[in-house]
Design a protein around this ligand. Structure first.
Ligand code: ADP
Ligand code: ADP
Ligand code: MG
Length: 510
């Protein structure tokens, strides 16, 4: 099987960097695309070649099918990797890439379309015997939804058929609120997805989000690479993920894994994808025999943000396998040969202010120093001097911790987040540390409502931000080693590794 020699990465930020890393290890040339706002970005510097794709707004650059394909043609790339977000789950794009004679590193347009319509996907799963959340997806009008809600029983969740990114979702507690929620959701769905269609699900109050990674080749082999638990969410968006899930035992894992494989097969799925399930912990574990307890939510027909934790525990490189599968290689292992070893956790690092409604924080990154330790991986799209702008998602990096046990992985993550230096914009690293510290999280009991229940508002404990900024400014103007000045400014913090007088950093202090 011949691999492509040149791949265009139709994305930006940490995922573009991640994909280029895989290409480099495989000896494949990389082409970056960039908008005007990204001309000096890390992914542009890292690529072998970089081509401008349009102005700053995503709709005219990273989201423009025409511009991306034109650029790919010009570059002579034989394949396009879409990453996640942007055009990754757009069937029209996948088809256009193929029509241009370029390999799309992902599933077929037909599989993307089948799973992209959640109402249709539910019906398909039901026909295939994959358990779905009790609900209703055959609505022509709101009156049908209102009748269905009475049958399902409240609380219900209003969802968009074309939905994604946690948008246009409304929990409705009583019939009195349903019509208003439907009106709002129609509006939001039309705005966000250009498709106002809605469906209903029973709202599972104390839910756990547990998903299964799928890899399927073009030769009929479909495998799962175990689960990722993503229950730590804010507004239906994941912020911390881990594997293995503290909730699953071997029996439930095997059952859910088999259902995930069945779901992927139902659409003839090829390449990497994820089957998301919602799990009702009461019926899944506490009352055996009282129900399956797990239900299909949706399939994400792409590489997922949290894929690194699966890579850590399985030892497989998912991006490299995506490229190999797209080139027609067959998977050289079967389900029984795959194992989970150790425990991995990922935290999403956002340029946002967790103490002020999580508003995005924009500005220049004055200093970035990534944590380094055995078992720590940082997937980042930024470096010192980069601009965080309003144009794109504020997720700038991911920290992944890998250790023998869950407790050790949590401790490792705490230390790494503490050591992560990101000066110039506000980030959520302190917020994440407080979340990891919460006993409900340590006990492995957190549900998808954990953040709203325990962190409805949040304030950082020690406010030494000002002193750190002063240090950075000092470093800039004096040419003094930044680590040294930060240590001086921060010596009041007994846990600050930069302030320690021992040989923590060779050549500094002692
Ligand atoms: P994952 O399941 O991989 O964590 P997310 O739902 O967090 O996926 O989405 C991955 C990225 O794509 C995020 O940057 C998110 O904001 C973006 N995204 C996903 N779906 C949509 C959508 N329908 N509209 C806009 N952005 C989306
Ligand atoms: P998206 O496409 O936006 O990712 P999902 O269907 O995957 O939409 O749902 C996102 C999140 O919303 C889930 O991870 C879960 O926390 C919550 N959710 C979705 N459906 C339900 C449900 N029926 N009951 C309870 N929570 C749900
Ligand atoms: Mg989802």
């Amino acid at each position: 099987m011949t691999l492509p020699t040149k791949i265009l990465i139709a994305n930006r930020g940490e995922i573009a960097v991640r994909i280029m890393r895989a290409c480099r290890e495989m000896n494949i040339q990389t082409v970056a695309i960039y908008s005007e706002a990204d001309k000096d970005a890390r992914h542009v510097k890292m690529a072998d070649e970089a081509l401008r794709v349009g102005p700053a707004p995503a709709s005219e650059s990273y989201l423009s099918i025409e511009c991306v394909i034109d650029t790919a043609r010009k570059s002579g790339a034989q394949a396009i990797h879409p990453g996640y977000g942007f055009l990754s789950e757009n069937p029209t794009f996948a088809q256009a890439v193929q029509d241009a004679g370029i390999i799309f590193i992902g599933p077929s347009a037909q599989a993307i379309r089948a799973m992209g319509d959640k109402a249709e996907a539910r019906a398909r799963m039901q026909a295939r015997g994959v358990p779905i959340v009790p609900g209703f997806q055959d609505a022509n009008d709101d009156a049908a939804l209102v009748r269905a809600a009475d049958k399902i029983g409240y609380p219900v969740l209003v969802k968009a058929a074309a939905g994604g990114g946690g948008k246009a979702m409304h929990v409705v507690e009583s019939p009195d609120d349903l019509l208003d929620a439907l009106a709002a959701a129609h509006r939001e769905a039309q705005n966000a997805f250009g498709d106002a269609r809605l469906f209903l699900e029973k709202y599972i109050r104390n839910a756990r989000h547990i998903e299964f990674q799928i890899l399927a080749d073009t030769h009929g082999r479909t495998l799962h690479l175990f689960e990722r638990e993503c229950s730590i969410q804010r507004r239906h968006q994941k912020i911390i993920e881990e594997t293995p899930s503290p909730l699953l035992d071997a029996a439930l894992r095997a059952k859910m894994g088999a259902a995930a494989v069945e779901a992927a097969r139902a659409v003839g799925y090829v390449n990497a994808g994820t089957i998301e399930f919602i799990v009702d912990p009461d019926t899944a574990t506490l009352r055996p025999g009282s129900g399956q307890g797990f239900y299909f939510l949706e399939m994400n027909t792409r590489l997922q943000v949290e894929h690194p934790i699966t890579e850590m525990v399985t030892g497989l490189d998912l991006v490299q396998w995506q490229i190999r599968i797209a080139a027609g290689e067959s998977l050289p292992f079967d389900q029984e040969m795959l194992t989970q070893r150790g425990h991995a956790i990922e935290c999403r690092v956002y340029a946002e202010d967790a103490s002020n409604q999580f508003l995005p924080s924009i500005g220049t990154l004055l200093r970035v120093i990534e944590p380094q330790a055995p078992g720590i991986r940082v997937d980042s799209g930024v470096e010192t001097g980069d601009e965080i702008t309003v144009h794109y998602d504020p997720m700038i990096a991911k920290v992944i911790a890998y250790a023998e046990t869950r407790d050790a992985a949590i401790r490792k993550m705490q230390a790494a987040l503490h050591d992560y230096v990101l000066l110039g914009v506000t980030t959520n690293t302190e917020f994440l540390q407080d979340v990891l510290r919460h006993p409900e999280f340590s006990d492995g009991k957190a549900t998808t409502r954990f953040i709203e229940q325990h962190f409805p508002t949040w304030k950082p404990e020690n406010q030494n931000v000002a002193s750190v900024l002063v240090a950075a400014a000092l470093a800039e103007s004096s040419g003094v080693s930044p680590a040294t000045t930060i240590a001086i400014a921060n010596d009041a913090d007994p846990y600050n590794p930069w302030a320690r007088g021992d040989a923590f950093r060779l050549g500094v202090g002692s």
